[in-house]
Design a protein around this ligand. Structure first.
Ligand code: FES
Length: 390
């Protein structure tokens, strides 16, 4: 059992930091190629996946430290043949397990096996409300399979939880998206506007919606909310770029979130791998206890001492902890900077310029802009690797 005295303090001083939320990114392999995927673009250069035994050790050690929520994601977690074994172990340990999937690689039998293994919750994603756009964005034919799997999930007694990532190319279809969700008898719908990490950042100019599009989508969502009440719960997430205060990313670095990547790297958030000169620990070499309590990587942005101005003297630093470290790095090249989403940041213009470009662009030109799809070939191209390299 963990010695509570060893646990670091939370940002808000409210109890010790514990890895309550464990995200197991089981694989970066995925049959889809979504251009807004938040996975790292350098996926072609990432080492071998850890095996079942390593995952089971991670689950046990994190549970000992207080982890209760387990997200199973990827890539596409169904690609892993040992998914049922991992779920079964997690269930035995007392986790609440949530599978985050595209539904590709699933059939009725597999839903049954996962149910039997003790899986608590399944979230299935759609790219769009019609076959043509859905299959274009996913880079493969998947729409009918997704609809069928959504029905199968419900037939096995799970609440139906749909996730649709919104962006410039599908957000105008919000009513059709919600009609589809209603026809499928969804219980919860997460309308998550794209946030610009990973592949989405590469495609930002093609994907960032206009203000008018966002206002329309939110208005339509509210109309459906009013009509549907609790029958279908709708969650609408605004893109950071349209906010003027940053989010308290991950509820604070190293406060409650622990991500383990397919190759065993431990990260305080799903995007941190890109941050420069940080030696992120790997579960192949360290226990979760060592990683969480002692590693330099997990301690470097804990608390408020690392902050520079304007965060250091800002009244709101106890609320947003300076925003997202990854977004600060992606947009300014300085991971210690204030998140440029914040209107107090000296770099806020980077965000407002992107928004201005999105709003001023000729719609036809924006629609014609090619997308960079998430696949190994594009990963190699972006990172200067040659084909044939691992
Ligand atoms: Fe890494 Fe926000 S996504 S700190």
């Amino acid at each position: 059992m963990i010695d509570v005295e060893r646990l670091p303090a939370r940002h808000d001083g409210n109890g010790p930091a514990r890895p309550l939320w464990l995200l197991a990114e089981l694989t970066y392999a995925c049959p889809l190629q979504c251009p807004y995927c938040s996975n790292p673009t350098e996926m072609a250069n990432i080492g071998r996946e850890i095996d079942t035994d390593a995952w089971i050790r991670v689950l046990r050690e994190a549970r000992d430290m207080g982890a209760t929520q387990l997200g199973l994601s990827g890539g596409e977690p169904l690609v892993r043949k040992d998914l049922e074994a991992i779920v079964s172990e997690a269930r035995g340990l007392g986790y609440y397990t949530n599978l985050i999937t595209s539904g590709i690689g699933m059939d009725d039998e597999r839903v049954g096996r996962l149910h039997e293994a003790g899986l608590d919750h399944i979230q299935i994603s759609f790219q769009a409300s019609n076959e043509q756009l859905n299959d274009f964005l996913g880079g493969t034919s998947s729409f009918e399979q997704k609809k069928e799997m959504a029905r199968r999930i419900k037939a096995h007694g799970y609440p139906m939880v749909l996730n649709i990532v919104l962006h410039r190319k599908n957000i105008d279809d919000i009513a059709e998206i919600l009609d589809m969700a209603e026809t499928l008898e969804a219980d919860y719908v997460e309308l998550a506007n794209t946030q610009y990490y990973g592949w989405a950042l590469e495609n930002k100019d093609a994907l960032l919606p206009t203000r008018e599009q966002l206002v329309h989508a939110e208005r339509v969502t509210n109309e459906y909310r009013e009509r549907l009440g609790n029958r279908m719960k709708l969650y609408y997430v605004v893109p950071d770029y349209y906010e003027d205060r940053p989010k308290a990313c991950m509820s604070g670095w190293g406060d409650i979130f622990l991500t383990i990547t397919p190759d065993g790297m431990a990260l305080p958030c799903h995007a941190a791998r890109q941050l420069p000169n940080i030696d992120f620990p790997n579960v192949k070499d360290h226990s979760i206890d060592e990683i969480w309590c002692e590693s330099h990587a997990f301690n470097m942005f804990r608390g408020l001492d690392w902050m520079k101005e304007p965060c250091r003297s800002c009244d709101e630093r106890f609320k947003d902890y300076g925003g997202c470290r990854c977004q600060a790095y992606m947009l300014t090249g300085d991971m210690y900077a204030a998140d440029p989403v914040c209107s107090k940041s000296p770099d806020h213009h980077v965000v407002t310029d992107a928004v201005a470009r999105a709003n001023e662009r000729d719609p036809q030109e924006a629609a014609a802009q090619p997308l960079i799809f998430r696949n190994p070939k594009n990963s190699k191209r972006l990172h200067g690797l040659v084909d044939g390299e691992p």
